[in-house]
Each structure stands twice: as C-alpha cells, then as structure tokens.
Write a protein that binds this ligand. Structure first.
Ligand SMILES: [Zn+2]
Ligand SMILES: [Zn+2]
Length: 341
C-alpha cells in the first residue's frame, strides 16, 4: 500500500504534465495562426489605431501608430513607443509589413522604428523595409540601423542567412520631396493603394507631414501633428475617415498650473509651449465640419484621458461644431471600409 500511493500520485502528475503539454501545444498553434492575414486579401481597406496616445506615458494608450492595410500592403504610419508590441498583441501580421510612413521625427512617432524593422524581419519579411518620410528620414533610418547593427549581426550569425536574410535586415530610407510645397505629393501608388503627403505646420518641427490614403473610392486622412491650417481642409475634403490629432488646451493648461504649484517648472514650461503647435479638439471638429469629413476619429490624444472626467473635458464643445460621428480613438480600434468602386 505504501508503495502504491506514490505510484498513483506520480501517474496523476505524469498524466497532468502530458495533458498540460498537449494543451500548451494547442495554445502555441493557436498563437501561431492568430494573425489577421485576411485583412490583406479581402479587397477592403482596413485602418487600425495601433497606438492612439500622445507622448505622455499612460496605461490606456501607447504613442502614435496607425496601420493601413489593403490588397497586400501593410503600412504603419508612425511607430511611437509601445506600438510594435501593440501591433503584435492586436494580431497584425508583422511579417507582411511593407512600409513605415513617418509624419515627423518627434520621439513619440519614431521610437520603435528599430523594433518595427527587427520584429517584422524575424517574423518573415523578405524584402528591406521601406521607411518613407519628409527630408531628414535618412538620418533617422541611419541612426536606428547603427543602433541595431550589432543585434542584426548576432541574429544572422546565430540563425544563418537563409533564416535571417541580410537583404531584409536593414531599413531603407525613402525621402518624400515636394514639387510644390503648397500641394499634396503622390509618392506611393501600388496594388491600388495611393498615398499622398502634404506639409503641415508643427513648427519648430520642420518638415512635418500628414497623409491622405485612397483605395477603391475610400479616403482616409491622417493629420500628423499640426496646428489648424488651410491645407488640412483641402486634403480632408469628403474624407471617409479623418484621423485627427488633438490636444486639450484646457487640461494641458491645468496640468501646467498644477506642475508649477508643485515645483515642476520644466514640466510646467513644456505644457505651456506645446499649446502653439497642436489643434484643440474643437478646432479638429471645425476642420471635420469644413472639410465635410464623414467621420472624425481622434488620435494622438493628449494629455491622456484616463477617466470619464478627462474624456468629457477633451470632447467638450466638439459636437457643437461638428454634427458627424465623433470617435475618441482607443488602441486596437479598427475600421473596415468596403470598396466604393
Ligand atoms: Zn510632434
Ligand atoms: Zn506627437
């Protein structure tokens, strides 16, 4: 009897371990097949807010990144901190990443370029990652390439060139130049997806751009970081989705006041400086109204809106000026646009 009990316990343990192993195997298989590759082949235009926040760290929203997916193309517009991890957790097929479009070179838009390149390469990307942006993009790409140079070498040496193709290891900078700075520039036209860049006003950050995407009759416009200027109204004309940055001036001023009262002069100064190169949510509403945009989606939401009070302050007055649908973006929020033509 004394011998039988340990044998019984052991066999239950062995059974449990083997059951665990097969359960784990099923989970791993599920994990491996979880990516939403169908978004690339269903003939529709998909837009995913990978990161809908601004530069201030918070648990609800990571910094800026938006996925545009259509007919084999998968573009990430900006890659702010946390965005590549988010993209993976949102089951976006990183191996199929075909490009990164940068709006400007503030850290909350570029910080994960190294990870965007590395993760998509490790997951199976076969060609070099094209990184588009206004003048200066080559410097950013060179910097990340240098920072990841040793990592890239280790990966190739360890796994072999067949597994980690060197030709796909380093990102390629593609500078967007403007024939006429007052007009949008068509710089990408592939597989039916067209992308235009237009210069915005985020001074002293120069150049800074917004992007307009067109696919099968649908129009999606991303403002990038900017104050309200005329070209935005032209470019957002009748947009199906206007994905618009905004900064709550009221909350920012409130944070500045509290920072100053609590001996945080640097933070207070930054809060006062940033008011001059963004749009307020009401200005974004006016833009959506003037452009006749069908839907206004806020992204690059700043300061963070962690609760009901902050959301209310952020959206205050927007519905007075814009009567269309107003959406406060969240990480992982996805929009599907059926073809119109
Ligand atoms: Zn910026
Ligand atoms: Zn920003």
């Amino acid at each position: 009897m004394k011998k039988i009990i340990p044998i019984l316990i052991l066999s239950v343990m062995v059974m449990t371990l083997s059951a665990c192993q097969s359960m784990m195997e099923r989970e791993i298989k599920k994990g491996m097949n979880r990516q939403k590759v169908g978004m690339l082949t269903d003939g529709k235009l998909h837009v995913v807010l990978v990161g809908s926040g601004g530069p201030i760290v918070n648990t609800k929203r990571c910094s800026t990144s938006v996925a545009i997916m259509a007919n084999g193309e998968f573009i990430l517009v900006d890659v702010g901190p946390g965005s590549v991890r988010n993209a993976d957790l949102q089951d976006l097929p990183l191996a199929a990443l075909t490009g990164v479009f940068l709006t400007h070179f503030h850290s909350d838009h570029i910080a994960e370029l190294g990870e965007a390149n590395f993760q998509s390469w490790a997951q199976g990307r076969q060609k070099a990652l094209a990184v588009y942006g206004p003048a200066g993009v080559d410097k950013v790409v060179q910097g990340f390439t240098l920072a990841y140079e040793q990592d890239t070498t280790y990966r190739i040496e360890h796994h072999g060139e067949a597994t980690m193709p060197p030709a796909a290891s380093r990102p390629e900078a593609k500078t967007i130049s403007f024939k006429d700075p007052a007009r949008a520039e068509l710089f990408f036209d592939r597989n039916g997806l067209k992308a235009y860049a237009f210069l915005v006003d985020h001074a002293p950050v120069k150049p800074a751009v917004g992007y307009r995407f067109e696919y099968k009759g649908n129009v999606v416009v991303l403002t990038g970081d900017t104050k309200k200027i005329d070209i935005l109204t032209q470019q957002a004309k009748n947009a199906d989705l206007l994905i618009c940055e905004a900064l709550s001036f009221k909350t920012t001023a409130l944070i500045g006041k509290v920072a100053s009262e609590n001996n945080r002069p640097r933070f207070a100064k930054i809060m006062s400086d940033i008011l001059d190169y963004h749009m307020s949510p009401v200005q974004a509403g006016e833009l959506a109204r003037d452009a006749g945009a069908k839907k206004l989606v806020f992204y690059h939401i700043a300061p963070p809106v962690p609760n009901f009070l902050a959301k209310r302050l952020f959206l205050e007055g927007v519905s007075d000026v814009y009567k269309g649908e107003i959406i406060l973006g969240e990480d992982g929020m996805a929009f599907t646009l059926d073809p119109r033509q």
